[in-house]
Ligand binder design. Sequence first.
Ligand code: DP6
Length: 363
Amino acid sequence: MTMTEQHFIPKEYKISKEKGQVTWESPSNIALVKYWGKKKHQIPENPSISFTLNNCKTITTLSYSKKESGNDFSFEVFLDGEKKDDFKPKIKTFFERVEAYLPFLKDFHFKIETSNTFPHSSGIASSASGMSAMALCLLSLEKLNNPEITDLYFYQKASFLARLGSGSACRSIEGDLIVWGETKAVNGSSDLFGVKYPYQVHEIFKEYQDTILLVDKGEKQVSSTVGHNLMYEHPYAENRFKQAHENLEKLKPILESGDLDQFIALVESEALTLHAMMMTSMPYFILMKPNTLEIINKIWNFRKNTGLHIGFTLDAGANVHILYPKNEAKVILEFIKNELVVYCQNEQYICDQIGFGANQIKE
Ligand code: DP6
């Protein structure tokens, strides 16, 4: 049975609670096979797979109070305790997209208080952790009066709603490896929500490390949303989408066997392909910085000289995610500190590792 949007429209609802609050913390994630290009309604052009992260996360408290049901959404947003009216348009768009699935939104006034464990717009996908945390808070509200919903439904719908906020956010609800986008390569995969990677994964990936080098913390010149849209009429788009399916298929034996050389080759190729798509869009753009390339070259040299399993990936930004197994962490971290940190803005970097998804924080 293929699932459709219909599945997530609640049959009836009645929220009797007048007010309250709910808090979720939700992590960021880093894609190994990249999502780049989407259709209407946040449907991805190709499948992607990511490691859920552990330390980079957003903590969001949603306070709700009943109001006269009107024609407008009523909410205010705070980041680190400071009112953020410039976040409102994004959240309003999110509310509009999810209203059909959360028909109570206009019956409440919301206060959204959010904070990140990492710098905002650092190129770390704050939209992924932020939107997934929001989705979970709203769904907790639905659950109040539909307590019978199953965990499976809860997590699927949370991912479904998060996707409508930001595509990659649908991969942040659970861990540790999440697939989003329908593909023959992965049983049960869906365009509508992320699913846990269902096949065997080698021990070595269970505690995989991701050290994020903050090369450029400035606001990006080109947002992901604009970048995705440039995949329409892109001369290489069709081949790229096909390649993502193939790479997911290729990743299966690699994840099973723990062949790190092949893992690194596939993941680095995905990262550079993502940026190649940006450079060959019209208009074209470059999100890497000179220091991004310095770091990549240093990593390649170090790998050649030591035989250690250090590899990188990139998001839609200049920062470099360095991926490596935990049993090589000591030497690799030394190398990062001694040779790579000089290329970071204010020498900043974040040590993270594979994680297991969002958590509700009970009072
Ligand atoms: C390069 O999920 O930020 O990080 O759906 O427009 O919000 P929207 O885009 P977004 O795109 C992220 C793309 C990427 C690759 C990835 O995470 O798969």
